[in-house]
Design a protein. Structure first.
Length: 277
C-alpha cells in the first residue's frame, strides 16, 4: 500500500482538531506496575519507551501533504472550469505554499511544543522531565522516542495520574488512580488501550497504523510511530473487588498481582477496583 498525500492530510487535520497541547505522548515498548497497599501507600513505575509527536511536526506534515496534492483551478469568462496554463498553475501553487508557510509560522508561535527534529527543543523537553519528581532518567533515542525510567511513591489519598508534564496542557493519561471516601481505590489505564482510548492518543494509534501500512515509504511521515507493546501489573494486599484481566489475580507472597499483556490490539481499558479498609 502506498500512503497517499490525501490520506496523510486527512489524518493530520483530524489530529490537529484534537490536540490542545504542544505535544502528544504514547507508550512504546514498556513495563509498568502499580503497587497499592493497605497502609495507604502506593508505588508506580514505568520503564521503557515513550513516543512524542509534536503539534509543529503534525502541522508540517499537513502542509507538505497539502502542497504535494495541490491541484490548480481556473475558470473562463463564463465561470466554467477550464484547464490552467502552466504559468497559472505555477502561480497558484506558489501562493498555496506561501499561505501554508505563513500559517505554520503563526501556529508555531502560538503553540511551540516539542519538535523531535530540533535538538534544542528535545534537550529542553528532556530537561523539563528530569526536573520533575519521579523521572529518574530520560534518554533521547531519536524520531521522537524517549527511553525513560520513572518511579514514584506516595499516598493513595492524593490520587495519581501518569504522566503529568509541567508546561504542557492536556495529555491523554496512561494510568489513573482515584480513591473513594470509603477506602476503595479504582485504577484505570486508558493509555494502554489503543482501541478504546479515543481522543488524541487513539488518533495517534491510527497514525501509527498508517505508518505500519507502508513503513518503507520514505515519504510516509508516520512510519516512525511504533506500535504499543508491554505489560501492566497491579499488585495489592487489599481486597480485589473487580478486574478485567483474563486470568485473574496471582498470589506472590503477601500480594496478589493482576497482569495485562498490552499490544496494539488491546481492546479493553485495564481496570480494577480494590478495597483497602
Amino acid at each position: 500500500m502506498t500512503t497517499t498525500p490525501k490520506t496523510i492530510a486527512d489524518a493530520v487535520i483530524a489530529m490537529l482538531a484534537l490536540l490542545l497541547s504542544g505535544c502528544l505522548l504514547q507508550p512504546g515498548s514498556f513495563t509498568s506496575q502499580l503497587t497499592v497497599l493497605r497502609d495507604g501507600t502506593f508505588t508506580y513505575s514505568y520503564k521503557g519507551e515513550i513516543q512524542a509527536l509534536s503539534m509543529n511536526a503534525l502541522m508540517k506534515m499537513g502542509a507538505e501533504a497539502e502542497n504535494a496534492e495541490f491541484e490548480p483551478t481556473c475558470y473562463d469568462d463564463d465561470y466554467e472550469e477550464r484547464e490552467c496554463t502552466d504559468q497559472e498553475a505555477e502561480q497558484q501553487r506558489a501562493e498555496s505554499v506561501e499561505e501554508n508557510e505563513q500559517m505554520l509560522g503563526m501556529m508555531s508561535q502560538m503553540m511551540p511544543g516539542l519538535d523531535p527534529g530540533d535538538p534544542e527543543s528535545v534537550a529542553k523537553f528532556v530537561a523539563m522531565l528530569e526536573e520533575q519528581r519521579g523521572w529518574n532518567s530520560v534518554r533521547d533515542m531519536g524520531d521522537g522516542i524517549f527511553l525513560v525510567d520513572f518511579a514514584i511513591t506516595s499516598r493513595t489519598d492524593r490520587g495519581f495520574v501518569f504522566p503529568i508534564l509541567e508546561q504542557v496542557g492536556y495529555i491523554d493519561p496512561f494510568v489513573i488512580m482515584a480513591t473513594t471516601k470509603d477506602g476503595r481505590v479504582r485504577v484505570k489505564a486508558p493509555g494502554f488501550s489503543m482501541q478504546e482510548s479515543g481522543g488524541a492518543m487513539g488518533m495517534m494509534a491510527g497514525l501509527g497504523a498508517l505508518g505500519a501500512a507502508d513503513s518503507e515509504d520514505e515519504d510516509n511521515p508516520f512510519a516512525a510511530i511504533k506500535p504499543i507493546s508491554g505489560t501492566f501489573r497491579v499488585a495489592t494486599d487489599g481486597e480485589i473487588l473487580t478486574n478485567n484481566t483474563t486470568d485473574g489475580a496471582i498470589r506472590q507472597g503477601a500480594l496478589r498481582v493482576l497482569e495485562w499483556p498490552i499490544d496494539k490490539d488491546q481492546a479493553a481499558v485495564p481496570e480494577t477496583l480494590i478495597r483497602l479498609d
